[in-house]
Design a binder for this molecule. Structure first.
Ligand code: BGC
Length: 906
């Protein structure tokens, strides 16, 4: 008997067919689809084979799980013998449904191991340019700008090649090339880690790039995070000063023999057209200095110099485990204006991250300069003050032979406008293309509703995420900063997961967080860690350090990932021990490091300051301390550590009691009386049950007293609308959402924002620009409202008791005059849809629940009898069971499938 229950989207460690992983027991996941309702997987069988043919023949020669009676469809541990370095493992899965009917096997998928043992790198050495001068080629004021090294070597192949892999990394950035072709499409590799602690390498299948006879393997290097400008105020070389390449080409011949070509003293080096290419400063490219054919066989490199060789040290080389940075989108210009002096201002129509590709024809030596900025000033010129010391300037010097195309390599800019100076002739729209660059995480969510303003907000959140998820989650992509601020990341992580599959991305980043944890247990404020001179990057600021607990917890909730909890449990526990030791009385009064408080809140006491917070910093800290303890007790429970769960539960109770004594009055008033104070106390469950409603009323009062406006900063904003909704004030939440006056999300949109701004008032018609010392127009933190759109407006949520959307809550919350909303979400278990509409007092809801999951659906009526599904009364509907009426809502238990409910709203 066969079933239509079909395994789809087979993934290994969150990725489709990952090439070069170093996880000994990779986890396999699939989604399930079926046209029928209430479908469950009752069993599965996984085959893993050493080659595709065996797999197709039904042989699991590496591992045959046999039939496993289980509904598990995500994170199934591979349990065969440990694969060896470079081994490709082919796999397929089949499933049985609840009637014991079996599906066909899924199409063959694979994963391939990277280099698992440091010894696999053999005599591969770091190589770079020996003769790099300290004289800046571009600018004497910017000594960090150095020319990009071009490296090459040749080798000869005389036998047919069966397969070839290139394992490559750089201290800095590299673009590898083989026989004149770019290897792969990943950009800004090797990506950002604390290079003193771990370095990622990438694996490429280069079999088809090789050829008989002479071959040329080559690379261009950039300074990037390793050696270029990064962080504040003109700092560069924060990990090292000279970029270096490490590469190992492994060739397997048809006859079984193998050969390796490695980075070593056989390579030669030169500088070429890239005078410099730097993240903050931009790229300068002199096309006259191009080296035609340099990356192909047959090139005469006699004038090149031997490379500088450095032996490998013990720094671990780890396989890159997340999606690479790529060009993820192209966007043509919206408008081009020619100024009187012949300069062009190009409006890309969207604040974006990346660069532009320019087409140009003109005389040799013509110098075209591109400057990038987020905004224009009142006179229509580029506004660059808020970039601080970042120059974001690309220069292209023409070689003068017909049409030339310029696209930079090792830089990225945050911008909406491009100023083009020196362009020969008229700059037409077809000569310029916006190239949007970011970590290529899969888009998994869509949200739209009846409010155009909210739809723009959703787009702004997505664009903020796209540009700031670039190898690591950063605060901003434009000014001299671009750092992995932990507070920003933790408050936005859940929203990020609604828009894109960020499982692999954050899994990689959590290694950066762990690397940066202080020996005493404090998590950092920034990860990856870097040694910024003269800046106190101490550890453990409340709501920043706590990302070390909150982000793993979020991955567990969203993806059901218990391995991440196991892996980081000890580090999370050390953080709690560190806090406990410094704060034995339950209030986080000591060891608060940089203590940012409710960053950029608007309820400070000093009216001369544009921002400030009255939320007592020890209160905010204590709330987070309690939250950590609560999450740790849940983490411990999820891992079956009952004793720890009880201990952290007791710690939570202690902190909660201390919080109550220190900050809460008998009438539910909270010290400081700020929105963030109330929000944290309510969200983190720090109030006795009988004071929750009173505190929520006070929260609403503070909003009302501000003319129904919010005042929260980074820390309070993410929980504000969820807390209002949870406490019965959805109308107030919608009011804040739909506000268009300052301060609100709508206000920035009314000012033309196409991304989320760092500040509520980055630019105002009355006041112009805010303080350029800190005024980014692309900062995702205040976009943490996004999760509320998915979880509360559309109402798609995970049941915390059954993480990873094993059981789904569909709890739409229509209010605020919004007449329809629709979200789709490709969860780890498949697509979920919630789409509702209010029309003539009737509420209709379309729901899609993936096969092998179940849902609880809440409808805004108390009359079960009047609920219909596709026109039929509920009792006649397969897959639906009416459970109860709860707080004025009908609650239904639903199996997988698509449903159309309808009821009168009560
Ligand atoms: C960053 C923030 C960060 C903060 C710490 C700022 O400079 O841009 O996003 O969280 O510093 O308070």
């Amino acid at each position: 008997m066969t079933t239509d229950l079909t395994p789809m989207r087979p993934r290994c460690e969150y990725l489709t067919n990952p090439l070069g992983i170093d996880i000994a027991r990779p986890r396999l996941s699939w989604t399930l689809e079926s046209a029928r309702r209430a479908q469950r997987q009752s069993a599965y069988q996984i085959l893993v084979a050493a080659d595709e043919e065996s797999l197709r023949a039904g042989a699991g020669d590496l591992w045959d799980s046999g039939r496993v009676e289980s509904g598990q469809s995500v994170h199934v541990d591979y349990a065969g013998p440990a694969p060896r370095s470079g081994q490709r493992c082919w796999w397929a899965v089949r499933v049985w449904d609840q009637d014991d009917a079996v599906s066909p096997y899924s199409a063959p998928s694979w994963w391939e191991m990277g280099l698992l043992d440091p010894a696999d790198w053999g005599d591969t050495a770091w190589i770079g340019l020996d003769t790099m001068s300290d004289d800046p080629p571009g600018d004497p004021d910017l000594p960090g700008l150095v020319p990009s090294p071009y490296l090459r070597r040749t080798f000869t192949l005389t036998k047919p090649v069966r397969r070839a892999r290139l394992y490559a990394t750089a201290r800095g950035l590299y673009e590898a090339r083989l026989n004149g072709q770019r290897v792969g499409d990943a950009l800004l590799t090797s990506g950002w880690t604390d290079y003193t602690t771990r370095i990622q390498y990438q694996t490429y299948d280069v079999t088809t790039l090789l050829r008989d006879g002479e071959n040329a393997l080559s690379a261009i290097l950039g300074t990037g995070w390793y050696a270029g400008y990064l962080g504040f105020a003109g700092q560069y070389g924060l990990y090292g000063t000279r970029p270096q390449l490490l590469a190992r080409l492994h060739i397997e011949y048809d006859d079984g023999a193998t050969e390796t070509i490695v980075s070593d003293d056989a390579w030669r080096a030169a500088t070429g057209p890239i005078l410099y290419s730097d993240f903050l400063m931009g790229e300068s490219y002199d096309a006259r200095a191009e080296l035609p054919g340099w990356d192909a066989p047959g090139y005469d490199d006699a004038a090149w110099t031997p490379v500088a060789v450095t032996d490998r040290d013990a720094t671990p080389l780890v396989a890159d485990r997340a999606e690479p940075v790529r060009v993820v989108h192209e966007t043509p210009p919206l408008a081009i204006t020619r100024l009187d002096d012949g300069t062009f201002i190009v409006d890309m129509g969207q604040n974006m991250v990346g660069w532009v590709r320019l087409r140009v024809a003109g005389a040799a030596e013509t110098r075209v300069r591109l400057r990038f900025a987020e905004m224009l000033d009142a006179g229509g010129a580029l506004y660059t003050e808020n970039l601080r010391t970042a120059r974001q300037t690309d220069t292209y010097i023409l070689k003068g032979d017909g049409e030339e195309i310029f696209e930079p390599r090792f830089t990225f800019h945050g911008f909406r406008y491009v100023e083009v100076t020196g362009y020969p002739g008229d700059l037409t729209p077809d000569a310029i293309m916006g190239r949007v660059v970011g970590s290529d995480t899969l888009a998994v969510g869509t949200f739209e509703c009846s409010s155009a303003l909210v739809n723009q907000l959703q787009r702004n959140i997505e664009w903020g995420q796209r540009g700031n998820f670039l190898s690591v989650p950063t605060d901003c992509p434009q000014r001299d900063e671009r750092l992995g601020w932990m507070g920003d990341a933790q408050i936005f992580a859940r929203t990020a997961s609604c828009n894109a599959d960020v499982a692999a991305f954050f899994t990689k980043w959590l290694a950066d967080v762990a690397d940066a944890q202080a020996p005493a247990g404090a998590f950092p404020d920034i990860a990856p860690l870097l040694a910024l001179r003269g800046t106190d990057l101490s550890h453990g600021a409340p709501a920043w350090g706590d990302a070390g607990v909150i982000v793993p917890w979020t991955l567990y909730q969203v993806y059901g990932d218990t391995r991440i909890l196991t892996q980081y449990y000890e580090g999370m526990a050390r953080w709690l021990t560190y806090l406990e030791a410094a704060n034995p009385d339950g209030l986080w009064r000591h060891a608060r490091g940089n203590d940012f408080g409710d960053w950029l809140a608007l309820d400070g006491d000093d009216p001369s300051k544009a921002f400030g917070s009255r939320t007592p910093k020890d209160l905010l800290a204590t709330a987070y301390y309690a939250y950590d303890a609560r999450l740790m007790s849940r983490v411990a429970r999820a891992l079956g550590r009952a004793e720890d769960a009880a201990r952290y539960g007791a710690l939570f109770d202690t902190i909660k009691a201390a919080f109550r004594r220190a900050y809460v009055s008998d009438d539910g008033r909270i010290a400081g009386a700020t929105q963030t104070g109330y929000v944290l106390a309510l969200h983190m469950d720090l109030l006795p049950g009988d004071l929750r409603a009173a505190a929520a009323d006070r929260l609403v009062e503070t909003i009302r007293d501000r003319g129904w406006r919010l005042t929260t900063g980074f820390v309070g904003v993410g929980y504000l609308l969820p807390v209002l909704t949870e406490t019965g004030h959805a109308d107030v939440a919608y009011r804040l959402l739909l506000n268009e006056t300052y301060p609100s999300w709508g206000y920035s949109i009314r000012q033309g924002a196409t991304t989320i701004w760092e500040r509520w008032d980055g630019w105002t018609a009355e006041g112009g620009f805010e303080d350029p010392g800190m005024n980014s127009f692309n900062h995702y933190s205040l976009g943490s409202v996004g999760e509320w759109l998915y979880r509360y407006v559309a109402g798609i949520d995970v049941d915390p008791a059954r993480p990873g959307y094993d059981h789904i809550l569909i709890r739409p919350c229509p209010s605020g005059g919004v007449t329809h909303a629709r979200a789709t979400y490709d969860s780890i278990r498949g697509r979920i849809v919630s789409a509702w509409r209010v029309e003539d007092g009737a509420f209709s809801l379309h729901v899609t629940i993936p096969a092998n999951t179940t849902a609880t659906v809440y409808l805004p009526t108390s009359n079960i009898a009047a609920v219909t599904e596709a026109g039929a009364p509920l009792k006649d509907v397969e897959g639906v069971e009416a459970l109860r009426v709860e707080a004025g809502r009908v609650v239904l238990a639903v199996g997988s499938g698509a449903y159309d409910f309808r009821c009168a709203m009560t």
